[in-house]
Ligand binder design. Structure first.
Ligand code: ADP
Ligand code: MG
Length: 634
């Protein structure tokens, strides 16, 4: 429902109406003549305070959007009550209506304010190094890409950047929801609004404040809250059609009661009662109350839903497909073996690292770490182009180079038949070959490990009723079997050797018998994320691709939050169901009472407004749902 009044104003109005009510009650039992004399002005006050703003809202809505607002039903009922000489009943109606509107507004406001909390975390100023080497304080909004900023202990990082000097622990709870500090040194990414706990560091700005991760989070959550979920669209559509039906129904009921021989006053009173009893306030508010609360609870735990639709679809998912590398595994792979066919490991590794320097793949990062640990130079390689799912191509002064898996070797016409290389084929590790044209120069083995949280998360998903879990990887089958085995996956749930397009095709097949979620890390799997009913990106804080392609973004690397998010989505849809059943049930009961049992207007009002408030409160329970919240820090 459109509520345009500021909360505090409507609170004042409610208080005024309560005051009026007290006078009205005193007037009903005329113990005191003075109170009796105050009755009429008291009632008039209630009608003015409670009715005028509502009428204004309803009429402007009718004028602006040609929408018959539910508020209009309330006004009509109150006026009808006054006309037939039951102004006290009308006053009760207007009072309770104002109070419940205020309560709803407060509740929904609380759910919406998660976003303001995010804003408050953003620092306003930064310490920027000037060309002369001095440090000046500037507004964070003035920072430009490439500026060098000094991070002092205890201060918040002013925008996204990369550490260039110093080291220290950073509390990233604001972004990822993770309460353990992360230690950072040169080369590490840092995010706006995270807290530098100790250490003095220099960072180079990589994103302006308008583009930072937290800025995008805020945009996402705001858009998510504005977007309508399918069931929400339904309840809105229903509310509008239904208001017309109720209006017409009340007119017919009036005619029928009158025709059946009642006094016209009595017929009008009963029609007004029906109008209130049949109003769909509770039905219309039940869905947004639940969805807003769930979206906010999730955002606080570092899980961003791009809208209520994603929340509702996730609840219906019964197949989860996981990417392996960087998703189920931790993405901190390690080089475990190096085979250089000409015997010169240092030159071989430096060439490989030079080529991989242009890649964002976890394998590339592992190779870079190895080369740094060995203190080797990185060879100069240009024109690097990724071949997603295969490897990478490039060129140095001696000509073109490639690095990748056996598929890529085959494509290059290179044969992996030397016995030093064939020995690698059996390992349960990823093997990366480096070659120049048809000649293979050597290979490295890269081992990655399942994330500690993966096994628990998969188990929790199964407990939560997920029917099928599959792993999809472009890696070789032995590696996939080893990791899958550690996570408790059966061999037929493990699909290896898949190219990015194979993943997309397989997901399309899976969607034929049920809703499918794909969980990836945004490296090579944006297409699969987009194809699934719900695309979920892990560790999205640093990855733009993942944030864009996914419907749900897990900012942290903690897989168990995925299970939490799934559970939350199921709870939200259960709450929505409860609310709808309750609201429709209560309405039927009240309408039956109004039609056949002479239900008095005040009772209809209490039932109707009480039901609306209950439904909102029930939705609000989701707000405190524990997607594990980090302990607050000083
Ligand atoms: P996953 O599906 O497990 O996330 P990818 O689709 O990202 O894996 O990659 C599949 C395979 O392609 C990897 O196991 C690796 O053999 C090869 N590959 C991809 N990118 C690279 C790269 N930059 N360097 C070397 N090999 C790569
Ligand atoms: Mg991957």
């Amino acid at each position: 429902m459109k509520r345009s009044l500021p909360v505090d104003l409507s609170l004042v109005l409610s208080l005024a109406t309560v005051l009026g009510m007290a006078m009205a009650v005193a007037g009903r039992w005329p113990a005191h003549e003075l109170l009796g004399a105050l009755l009429a002005p008291g009632l008039a006050l209630v009608y003015l305070a409670g009715g005028l703003p509502t009428a204004w809202r309803a009429v402007s809505e009718l004028w602006r959007a040609h929408v018959l607002d539910i508020d209009l039903l309330m006004i009509a009922a109150a006026i009808a009550a006054a006309v037939v000489g039951a102004p006290f009943e009308g006053a009760v109606l207007l009072t309770l209506f104002s109070i419940s509107t205020t309560l709803e507004e407060r509740a929904l406001g609380r759910a919406r304010r998660a976003i303001e909390a995010l804003m408050a975390l953003r620092p306003e100023t930064a310490l920027r190094r000037t060309a002369g080497g001095a440090v000046e304080e500037v507004a964070a909004g003035e920072l430009a890409i490439g500026d060098v900023v000094v991070l002092r202990p205890g201060a918040r990082v002013p925008t996204d950047g990369v550490i260039t000097a110093g080291r220290g622990g950073i509390d990233e709870a604001n972004i990822t929801g993770e309460s353990m500090p992360v230690s950072k040194e040169a080369g590490a990414q840092v995010f706006e609004a995270t807290v530098n706990l100790d250490g003095v560091m220099d960072m180079t700005v990589t994103k302006t404040v308008g583009d930072s991760t937290i800025a995008r989070m805020i945009r996402l959550v705001t858009e998510a809250q504005a977007a309508r979920a399918p069931s929400e669209r339904f309840s809105e559509w229903f509310g509008q059609r239904y208001t017309v039906v109720v209006m017409a129904g009340a007119v017919i009921a009036f005619a029928a009661f009158w025709g059946l021989g009642r006094e016209w006053e009595q017929a009008l009173y009963r029609a007004a009662t029906l109008l209130v009893a049949a109003s769909p306030c509770a039905i219309v508010i039940s869905v947004p109350a639940a969805i807003l609360s769930a979206l906010s609870a999730a955002a606080r735990g570092g899980v961003l839903f791009k809208g209520g639709a994603a929340l509702e679809t996730l609840a219906a998912v019964d197949t989860f497909a996981f990417d392996k590398t960087g998703t189920l595994t931790n993405g901190r792979a390690e080089v475990t073996r190096v085979v250089a066919l000409d015997g010169d490991e240092a030159r071989f590794l430096s060439l490989l690292a030079g080529l991989e320097a242009g890649s964002e793949h976890h394998i590339a990062a592992a190779i870079a770490r190895e080369v740094r640990a060995r203190g080797l130079e990185v060879a100069k390689v240009v024109d690097a182009t990724a071949r997603p799912g295969f490897g990478i191509l490039g060129r140095d002064e001696d000509g073109p180079l490639w690095a990748g898996n056996p598929y890529l070797a085959e494509e290059m016409g290179a044969r992996i038949d030397r016995h030093e290389l064939r020995a690698l084929a059996d390992t349960a590790q990823t093997v990366v070959y480096l070659g120049r044209g048809q000649r293979v120069l050597g290979a490295v083995c890269v081992a990655d490990e399942a994330r500690p949280s993966s096994a628990a998360a998969l188990a929790a998903l199964r407990r939560g009723g997920v029917r099928r879990i599959v792993m999809m990887t472009g890696d070789r089958r032995p590696v996939a079997l080893r990791i899958g085995g550690e996570l408790g996956l059966a061999p037929d749930e493990i699909h290896a050797g898949m190219l990015p397009e194979d993943k997309v095709r397989r997901i399309a097949e899976l969607t034929r018998d049920g809703k499918v979620a794909f969980v990836g890390d945004g490296v090579n799997d944006a297409a699969a994320l987009a194809r699934a009913d719900v695309g979920i990106a892990m560790g999205a804080a640093g990855s733009e691709v993942a944030l864009q392609a996914a419907d749900v973004a897990l900012l942290s690397e903690d897989m168990e939050r995925l299970a939490d998010a799934h559970r939350l989505s199921r709870r939200a849809s259960a709450v929505i169901r409860q609310n709808l059943v309750f609201a429709i049930g209560a309405m039927l009961l009240l309408v039956t009472g109004g039609l056949f049992f002479d239900l008095p207007l005040p009772l209809a009002v209490i039932g109707h407004e009480g039901g609306t408030v209950l439904v909102v409160l029930n939705g609000l329970r989701l707000l405190s749902d524990p997607i594990r919240r980090p302990k607050p820090r000083g």
